[in-house]
Structure formats: C-alpha cells, structure tokens
Design a protein around this ligand. Sequence first.
Ligand code: BG6
Length: 450
Amino acid sequence: MANTTLQFPGSFTWGTATAAFQIEGGHDADGKGPSIWDTYSADSSRIADGKNAKVSCDHYHRYREDIALMAQLGYRNYRFSLSWPRIFPQGRGNVNPAGLDFYDMLVDELLANDITPFVTLFHWDLPQALQEKGGWANRRTADAFADYGETVAQRLGDRVKNWMTHNEPWVHAFAGHLFGHHAPGISDLPRALQTAHHILLSHGLAVPRIRSACPGARIGLVHNLEWIEAASDKDADVQAAKRHDGAFNRWYLDTVFYGRYPEDMCAWYKDAMPEIQEGDMQIIAAPCDFLGVNYYTRRIMAHETDSGFLHTRQVRWPFVPRAQYEEWENNPEGLYRLLLRLKRDYNNPPIYISENGTPLEQDKVIDGICSDPDRIEYIRRHAAAVWQAIQDGSDIRGYFVWSFLDNFEWNFGYSKRFGLIHVDFDSQKRTVKESGHWFSRVCKDNGFSL
Ligand code: BG6
C-alpha cells in the first residue's frame, strides 16, 4: 500500500487527550482538596522512582501556553478531565469557586483558540473525603458524582457540548481495588465489582442530569477495550478467552447497551457479585450519544487453573511489543477487529477512539529535536485500522492521541512518555516531537499517506 493516501470523512474529529491528575500539578492550589491519587502517590514506594504529581506538567499554571501550542499545531479537539476535588474539595456540598473558575477559563481559552473541548468528568482522582466514606463501594458516591456532573454542566454547558462521564471503569475498579497498583490500593474482588457497579450506576444517574443542565449535550462513556483471542482451539482456552472478554469487554458493554450483566460472568463471579438494586440496570443503560474506545493492545489468552480471578494466562506468541520495553503487543489489526465486533454486537454505535498511543524509551531531546519514528508508525497503523473500519461501515467519529503532553503515568511515575510534546520536568520546557509535527499535518490534511 506504499504511497496510498487515506482520506477521512469531512466531519472526522482529530484530537489529543490528557487527564487532570496526570498533567495539572497545583495539587493544593486555590482550595483544591486531596484526591485518592494524592494520598496514594504520597507513599513513594508505590510509584516508580518515588515520584509524585504535585507539579507534573504544571498545566494548572501554564494552560495558556499549552493551549497556544495546541492551536499552533492545529490540534482542533481536546479531550481533558476535570479534577473533582478541585471543584468539590469534600466531594460534595460546597463548591470551591476557584476550582470551577479554572475550568471556566480553560474552556474559554480553548474556544478562543478554535479548539473544541471534550470533557471527561472522572479520570480516577476521587476526592479523598469520599474515599474516607467508603469510596466507590459506597452507593452514595454515585449520587455525589451525579451532583458533581450537574454542577459542572450548569457552569460549562453553554460552551461544552461533548461529555464523557467516566474513563475506563475497569481500570479504576480493578487496578485500584483488586490488583492494588492504582489508588486507592485495595485488593478485594467483591469490592472491585461493587466499585465497577457503582461507577456504571453513577454514569447512568449523571446522563439525564447533564442533559437537563446542558441542552444539546452529546454524552458518552469511555471504556478500555481489547481484542481478545484464544491461544488454541482447545475448549479450555476458548472458554478462558471468553471469560477474559466477559470480564474486560462485555461487563462494560452489555450493561450500558443492553442493561444486563453477561450471564456467564455472573455465574463465574458467584458470591463476589455486587449488590444490584432494583432499577439499577435500567439506569445504567441510559441512552447515550457515543461510545469512547481506548485501545492499546490485543490479548491472547489460555486457560490456567487457579491463575488469577479468571483462571487465565496471557500467551506471548506471536508477540510484537508496542515499544521496545513494553509488555503490550502492538496490534492495529486488533483495533480493526474490535471496531467491527462493536458494529456487529452493539448495533453500530457512534464511536470516538478516545485514546490510542504508545510510550517510547527513545523520547529524548537532542539538539532541540525529539525524533520518535516508532510513535509515528504506531499512530499511522492504528489510524489506518480506523480508516479501514470506516470503509467497512463502522460509525467512527474521531480519534484522539494519548497523549498531548508527556505526563505523570500513574504508578510508572515519569518513566513512560506518551506525549506528542516532550516535557522536561525540571525546566517545564515543551518540545514538539517529530510525531507531534506529523500529527499536525494529519489534522490539517484530514488524512495521511501510508
Ligand atoms: C489509559 C488511561 O489506561 O492508558 C491513561 O486512560 C493512561 O490515563 C494510558 O495514561 C496509558 O496507560 P499505560 O497502562 O500504558 O501506562
């Protein structure tokens, strides 16, 4: 396919994505309350190199310069999250006016630069005050989330029309409440499942509240989804792949699209099943306007008795690492197959690829240049998979690169760089990587050459 040009539909949305805790810094500025990630990362043994995100990219103080750079590069759509404890330091009750003002100014700055905002309400930084009342395992947190969503939609909804309630409920529920390597650092399967249930419930509770506060809102939920295959055609491996798909994909899709948990997984979880009240599933299935898909990899799964909560094992062959030092496979075909599967099984929903990208070890600035050809290739091949899915009838509306800036990569600290823009965390200097310049041309041309 050398020199083939892939042209995208005229209305296609190209953009970049970030999350509040990963870039803002300003951890206690202007009345912000602590989040569970502030608490978790205060224990330096939890984060690579003992780092924290008190300053990170200092975007809280540098947002004007960052947006100017975004505008200069022609990235016309920006997905970012709000820090809930910046707005409600106690999680509910009194609003911190300075916190809400910050996002008001950020939105105005974006619009003044002709950049369309896509707002995510929750990207994992729960107010610590709510964690102390049980966090997401407490059903009242779902009500607090709906109140928070309505408050910000009332304030920003005259200018923000694209809303994403949650980012990756699976990751927050499981990395934070079963595997324990994300905040709040808990390891308990029933708690992870109850957390996931209340996050989904909070999504469903928030949707009508946002709609009434923001006429014309387009609302969706962002899931991390994978393409999953069985390691062999042996029944045990086929069932293992089905379980992984059930826990990872269908648990979050069947609920929001069909208002039910997958039966095979309910049977698998047995006593660990969450408490579900009457009417919850209808609330969770509130009609939405799009699905956000974060895609990073495919997985090949085999059966392994007593291994993990699913009795599965990931098989590493054939395996092309996403980056030289990565455990995740680089598999754009998986994205294509996943998108066609969503079309088939979930009635062709409108989709945004809300995150896709890769970290690279080679991201170093030498003589003012940051050369990252592997990232260009990674994005090009994944965006080509999106193009192919569109040709084959998938309703894909846009693609956001993760991430606009190098940032605080959760438990990896600053050791993984995903940005199109390199950040020197000592000087806060920004340097556009070669991928950033390449993506700038993609946005302007609405396509690229293979
Ligand atoms: C997503 C998150 O899971 O992937 C982002 O929404 C995160 O916040 C990104 O930074 C990269 O994740 P990972 O696991 O590759 O470090």
